[in-house]
Design a protein around this ligand. Structure first.
Ligand code: PEP
Ligand code: MN
Length: 464
């Protein structure tokens, strides 16, 4: 091991951290691979591979998130619930980039702030599951745990360590195309109609979107006229993220590398998880004394923590003290997901615990209005009501305003395809419509129109 990181033992953690110190802790959702030799082969292959992302990019994202924590920028994070290896394909990648760009255009216009974009993509391959078994085609089979662990098809439900390497390859190929598209002008603000609306037919939404496009086009034209054209108008940053669930994958991609913020003569190094720019700890794996918190307390990437009805107020501060002992602004994003019926009674106490502590104004508050609003309809189909999603986001905006804190971001499950997975919205999608185009392999996602409606909700909130 390349050295260790000393850390506080205030939370009962061992003083020394190493990339494998998580192995001595209890762990949830851990794959128990039957073929240990095959696992060791995959892990050693991953160890040899180059980083997928670079520390310079990781640090740049952390600086942007510091601006979000200070209320100077807005964070938009979105993508699939479970990204499949099959989504590593030109059209799927482009349509996701375009939807994130459309939404950020609306947010820039409405909130009058810079937008930081993070895709739930290029690595969102692992899913925590509440039950080890599920029914598929009338048969009880091991649950689908995401393409990094097993396959959706009933014949592929056994854990396969070879998938760890396939995850690396698909993640890199996806990010390569994201980078190539951005470098080739997909996000050029001089050409906003490049990301014109795809499936949206609603005249009211189209008119509102056109207003935002016209506003930005005029602004860019004006900047050109006065000679203030800036190379930043030709592209944007798009960072990647996934749930840091499979530590057998994250550990070999964690590298001890030069800290780009330090002068080279200092020789300062940090551990970076180079599988993505941003990693989050899920609702099921954030126990203070368990393996996931142990692993993530040692890495320098910005981190998300899912916060929900089962998060005790005291745990929240203990998590911040463990994962961000130096109180770096922007290091931690609290991704709140209570459900529309619970947010009003739970969020204020979480806000007060943080904002009345030494962590005031250091965290990014981000609303995930998806994960507290799941429901099943007849036939066991998983869905969410758009009205619940809208309501949780609306209440969250309101509560932060009331508490004097800043809702700096939104975390959504979405796709650029015209899927019919969430009920309602202005199309009034009913239970019978769900089967029209339900293609999610895990949680139901917002389609382009529903996602834009949420972007306008946020824009209108900040415009008033
Ligand atoms: C997710 O973001 O897909 C997820 C599983 O969320 P949570 O951990 O909040 O349930
Ligand atoms: Mn999900």
């Amino acid at each position: 091991m390349n050295g260790t990181t000393p850390a506080s033992s205030a939370n009962g953690h061992a003083a020394e951290w190493t990339p494998d110190s998580w192995r001595s802790k209890p762990i949830k959702q851990c794959p128990d691979y039957p073929d240990k030799a095959a696992l060791a082969k995959s892990v050693s292959e991953l160890k040899r591979m180059p980083p997928i992302v670079h520390p310079t990019e990781i640090v740049r994202l952390k600086q942007h998130l510091r601006d979000v924590a200070r209320g100077e920028a807005f964070l938009l994070q979105g993508g699939d619930c479970a990204e499949l290896f099959d989504y590593c394909e030109q059209d799927a990648i482009e349509s996701k980039i375009k939807l994130l760009l459309q939404m950020s255009l609306v947010l820039i216009w409405g909130a009058d702030k810079r937008v930081v974009r993070i895709g739930r993509m290029a690595g969102q391959y692992a899913k925590p599951r509440s039950s080890p078994m599920e029914t598929l085609n009338g048969k009880l089979v091991p649950s689908f745990r995401g393409d990094i662990l097993n396959g959706f098809h009933e014949d592929e439900r056994e854990l396969d360590p070879g998938r760890l390497v396939r995850a690396y390859n698909h993640s890199s190929a996806t990010l390569n195309y994201v980078r190539a598209s951005l470098a080739s002008g997909i996000a050029d603000l001089n050409r906003p109609l490049n990301w014109g609306l795809g499936h949206v037919r609603d005249p009211e939404l189209k008119a509102k979107y056109q207003e935002a496009v016209d506003f930005l086009t005029e602004m860019v034209r004006f900047m050109g006229t006065i000679g203030a054209e800036n190379e930043k108008l030709h592209t944007v940053d798009l960072y990647t993220s996934h749930e840091g669930l499979v530590l057998e994958y994250e550990e070999p991609l964690t590298r001890h590398l030069d800290d780009p913020t330090a002068h080279p003569s200092q020789g300062k190094k940090q551990y970076y998880d180079t599988s993505a720019h941003f990693l989050w700890i899920g609702d099921r794996t954030r126990q203070l004394d368990h393996a996931h918190v142990e692993f993530f307390r040692g890495i320098a990437n910005p981190l998300g923590i899912k916060v929900g009805p089962s998060t005790p107020v005291d745990d929240l501060l203990a998590l911040l003290r463990t994962l961000n002992p130096s109180r770096e602004p922007g290091k931690i994003t609290l991704i709140t997901r209570y459900g529309a019926a619970k947010v009003a009674s739970l969020l204020p106490a979480h806000i007060r615990a943080v904002e009345d502590s030494e962590y005031a104004r250091t965290v990014v508050w981000q609303c995930d209005p998806m994960h507290g609003n799941g429901r099943s309809v007849s036939g066991g189909i998983k869905t969410r009501r758009f009205s619940d999603i809208f309501s949780e986001l609306q209440q969250t905006l309101h509560i932060h305003k009331e508490q004097g804190s800043y809702l700096g971001g939104v975390h959504l499950e979405l796709t650029g395809d015209a899927v019919t997975e969430c009920l309602g919205g202005s199309e009034g999608l009913g239970e019978d419509d769900l089967s029209t185009n339900y293609t999610s392999f895990c949680d139901p996602r917002l389609n382009e129109k529903q996602a834009l409606e949420l972007a306008f909700l946020i824009a209108d909130h900040y415009r008033c």
